[in-house]
Design a protein around this ligand. Structure first.
Ligand SMILES: Nc1ncnc2c1ncn2[C@@H]1O[C@H](COP(=O)(O)OP(=O)(O)OP(=O)(O)O)[C@@H](O)[C@H]1O
Length: 317
């Protein structure tokens, strides 16, 4: 895609120290992170972690008590023709049910000085061409999500922000969505996508912001997160677990057994473990570096936030 202006080289989204309270609920408690161009950033966290409130704050829809949210270096309210700077999908239900999909987009396009050609382009891009004349009120949630994404892409924005876009999508839709997100990032756009399920974003996002209790508990690349959680542990399978454990503990490792043939070793490299076992003629069938799954990392990072949520009464919206 050819781009006329040069916003792609500018910063994406920068959120710093957002704080917001709803009654007794601290929805945002110092939320800070940035979303860079050229990569899909997954915004994950349990229900109530503050993802939607953050996105609303970025778009100036939710007043915050402290902190800043900048889009390409500018607060949303100061953007001229905002759809050309940031495209967003917050609530797929927010459309006129009696209006056709195409008319809905035309109305939105005209409000931003955009023409019908852009409308037809985005309708094609999201795969709604065959139903564009149908009333949006009859659309399934998955179709509404597509329509919402079409609206987000209308202004060909360098920044795209989607709240739970996988909601209501069937498996084919999910695959399509992943491809779309990767494609948008591949064109150099900054893409922020929220989900309360790590599995939805893990194969698509290169970077993750993990939210818990109104703040970012992690803001790192997927590779960094997995490496930090794996902690250099080595897993060993042996029929001589007791001997192996004694030997490795004397060499300075911390060892743990599952009671069977599997031993987890911390503090020694896989190479060193193999060398020690060989030298001491301890039989083993496997030595491998343990690699934490992203799901494990996520559960560990958000455990506290989930416990906190379970112990707090829900504030009705
Ligand atoms: N309009 C509102 N009125 C009162 N409380 C609200 C409102 N919106 C959000 N909250 C509260 O703020 C906190 C953060 O909610 P938010 O919707 O931002 O979380 P989330 O991470 O997007 O969760 P989900 O995945 O459920 O959408 C929660 O405690 C929620 O109950």
């Amino acid at each position: 895609m050819r781009r006329e202006r040069g916003p792609l080289s500018g910063p994406g989204i920068v959120v710093a120290g957002l704080r917001k309270r709803y009654g007794s609920a601290q929805a945002l408690d110092g939320m800070s992170f940035s979303v860079r161009p050229g990569v899909v950033t997954g915004f994950v966290g349990p229900n109530g972690a503050g993802k939607s409130t953050t996105m609303r704050a970025i778009l100036g829809l939710s007043a915050v008590e402290a902190g800043t949210a900048l889009i390409g270096g500018t607060p949303y309210r100061r953007l001229r023709r905002p759809l050309t700077h940031v495209g967003s999908l917050l609530d797929a239900g927010a459309l006129h049910p009696g209006r056709s999909a195409r008319d809905h987009l035309l109305w939105l396009a005209h409000s931003q000085g955009l023409g019908a050609r852009r409308v037809d382009a985005v309708i094609g891009q999201v795969g709604l061409a065959s139903v564009a004349g149908r009333k949006a009120g009859g659309f399934s949630l998955g179709m509404r999500q597509r329509l919402g994404i079409a609206a987000a892409l209308l202004g060909d924005p360098p920044i795209v922000m989607l709240d739970e876009p996988f909601n209501g999508m069937d498996p084919e839709g999910i695959i399509w969505m992943r491809g779309l997100l990767r494609g948008l990032a591949g064109q150099g756009r900054a893409v922020l996508v929220s989900s309360h399920l790590m599995s939805e974003v893990q194969d698509t996002a290169g970077h993750l912001v993990v939210a818990g209790r109104g703040r970012a508990v992690a803001d790192a690349s997927v590779a960094e997160l997995v490496a930090s959680a794996s902690g250099g542990r080595v897993v060993l399978r042996t029929t001589a677990a007791a001997r192996a454990m004694g030997l490795l503990a004397r060499a300075g490792a911390t060892v743990a057994s599952d009671g069977g043939e599997s031993v987890t070793v911390a503090g020694l490299s896989a190479e060193r473990v193999v060398a020690l076992l060989n030298t001491n003629a301890v039989p083993f069938s496997e030595v491998s570096a343990h690699r934490a799954s992203l799901e494990e990392v996520y559960l560990e990072l958000t455990r506290e936030a989930v416990e906190y949520r379970a112990a707090t009464s829900e504030v009705p919206r």
